[in-house]
Design a protein around this ligand. Structure first.
Ligand code: FAD
Length: 520
């Protein structure tokens, strides 16, 4: 993955591409992998970094969604459970199993959740991750020593999947490039091109680094811009009625000692009727999330104070060591691109199904869905885009397509596990230059070689790309990430041929960003 080369391909392509995808999150990148592996000519542009939007800010669960079961959306649960299994099969280095315990405090909870989770197992069928079962109070506390023991009667354990969202996205990007797609970050679509009949035939893109604008023509345009979908639709039709109802979700990250162990807690009904998770993630405790309808969308949504308070107080009801504001290592928000309902229902009750919409201009928009179902969404979307573009019909092949870095025993690489098979090359880099094995901060395992790797092979262009999405430092410990910024800027400047003022500017920007991840 080399940005200058890919940008060059994008600019110098002769004739129209088969498909142009706008948006480099899970949905757009999934479409790029799907379409390129069918043999179509594919271009993808992302306005910022890959995954800068919602796709790096999820709860990181590859799951069927126990809550959707309760809502009676069986088909969504079954589809997601199947996709969860396919995700683990094709990217075992990034998707793993995780045990969840639903703690029981009332007499009816054990039979109620026990039966519900048994149904979850049945729906997973051959894609099951492990059988659920009821636990005694002692077994529950053994698995979850961090749980408050008062009034606890027992629990139900069940299994779901966990993954690293931004890492999976970057490995999908690698897969898309291997399959022949031209994908470029920091390259927004600034307007759409239309022919005499008013149909969209391409976009004007801007290279965010040089400022140069250029045309990209394509037989069909896929708008996969998540919560920004309506903005892109309005580039084709200023009066397009909005289809996305944005809803914000917040996560707080704490030291791993708040959870202790490798089991997650699932609270099926918080005081606002939502599900809440406390999950072990990269040695830390990740707690969330909320569901707050919002009016305006931005690339850096900020947690609301009441969301932080709500998560802290809910966690405090269950954890023996209740976390306080001062314990927050990082707090961040993401925006769900939910598809609007005509009835004005609350965002928590809006369907997580995806929706494909074709405007009269021929612009195809795909929105909604879940990270877990990205592959299925892409199959559906590319199938429809191919018909719209009049392309030769070709079967989807992603069901058995291994994701870049595929490796079955990546855990042997320690924290480099998230690089999958690439960890071997990173280890080799460290062997040949031991100073590259230097840790960037004592609180996090990341080493200098990962910065070099990110710049050379993963299209990292800024300090934020490295510290937020190639590594997860910013989301795990914002203070430590800010301390790492000057050295990361120095290494990146060397790799990308940038000067001292670029370095200083990068550090300043990142320090400011990191302070927004630390609520006062
Ligand atoms: C709090 C929260 C928790 C979640 N947890 C889970 C979970 O545990 N499991 C799960 O399966 N799902 C989860 N989801 C859902 C999942 O994260 C989303 O469905 C998914 O990430 C959406 O991906 P996307 O590609 O559609 O959107 P995005 O990731 O937002 O990607 C859209 C991209 O389009 C780009 N863009 C916008 N305008 C332009 C333009 N003009 N030109 C070029 N690019 C443009 C943006 O920069 C952005 O990167 C969660 C969502 C939230 C908010």
């Amino acid at each position: 993955m080399n940005r200058p080369e890919l940008l060059d391909r994008l600019r110098s392509h002769s004739g129209p591409w088969d498909l142009l995808i706008i948006g480099g999150g899970a949905t757009g990148m999934g479409c790029a992998v799907d379409a390129a592996s069918r043999g179509y000519q594919v271009a993808l542009i992302e306005q910022d970094d890959f995954g800068k939007g919602t796709s790096s800010r999820s709860t990181k669960l590859a799951h069927g969604g126990v809550r959707y079961l309760e809502q009676g959306n069986i088909s969504l649960v079954m589809e997601a459970l199947k996709e969860r299994g396919i995700m683990r099969e094709n990217a075992p280095h990034l998707v793993g199993d995780l045990a969840f315990v639903v703690p029981n405090y009332a007499w009816w909870e054990a039979p109620f959740y026990g039966v519900g989770l048994r149904l979850y197992d049945v729906l997973a069928g051959k894609y099951g991750f492990g059988a659920s079962r009821n636990l005694s109070k002692e077994e529950t506390l053994e698995r979850l020593p961090a749980l408050k023991p008062e009034d606890l009667r027992g629990g139900v354990v069940y299994y779901d999947g966990q993954f690293d969202d931004a890492r999976l996205l970057i490995h999908l990007a690698g897969t898309a490039v291997e399959q022949g797609a031209a994908i470029v970050n920091y390259c927004p679509a600034v307007s759409l091109l239309r022919n005499d009949s008013g149909m969209v035939v391409g976009a004007i893109a801007r290279d965010g680094e040089s400022g140069e604008e250029f045309e990209i023509r394509a037989r069909a345009i896929i708008n996969a811009t998540g919560c920004f979908s309506d903005g892109v639709r309005r580039m084709a039709d200023a009066n397009a009625a909005p289809m996305v109802a944005p809803s914000q979700g917040v996560h707080l990250v704490f030291d791993g000692s708040f959870l202790r162990g490798d089991t997650a807690i699932m609270v099926p009904h918080t005081s606002d009727g939502r599900v809440m998770f406390a999950i072990p993630w990269h040695g830390h405790a990740l707690v969330g999330t909320t569901d707050t309808a919002i009016d305006a969308v931005t690339l850096e949504p900020a947690p609301f104070d009441q969301e932080i308070e709500f998560i802290l107080s809910t966690a405090g009801q269950y954890l023996a060591k209740p976390p306080a504001r001062a314990d927050i290592l990082s707090a961040w928000a993401g925006i769900r691109p939910l598809v609007k309902s005509a009835s004005g229902a609350s965002t928590a009750s809006l369907s997580r199904d995806h929706s494909i919409h074709i405007d009269p201009s021929g612009l195809l928009t795909i929105a909604g869905g879940k990270w877990t179902t990205y592959r299925h969404m892409a199959e559906d979307c590319v199938g429809q885009a191919a018909i719209l573009a009049g392309l030769e019909e070709r079967d989807c092949v992603t069901r058995h397509l291994r994701i870049h870095g595929y490796h079955h025993h990546a855990s042997k690489f320690g924290h480099l596990e998230v690089h999958g098979a690439d960890a071997i090359a990173i280890q080799e880099m460290i062997r040949s230059h031991p100073e590259r094995g230097r840790q960037l901060h004592a609180a996090l395992p990341y080493v200098e070689a990962e910065v070099i790797w990110a710049a050379r092979w993963e299209m990292a262009r800024t300090v934020e790309d490295v510290l937020s999405r190639r590594t997860r430092a910013l989301l795990l410990n914002a203070r430590a990430a800010a301390t790492m910024a000057p050295r990361v800027a120095e290494i990146l400047a060397g790799e990308l041929g940038r000067g001292g003022s670029w370095q200083r500017d990068q550090v300043e920007r990142f320090t400011q960003l990191a302070s927004a991840y630390l609520p006062r």
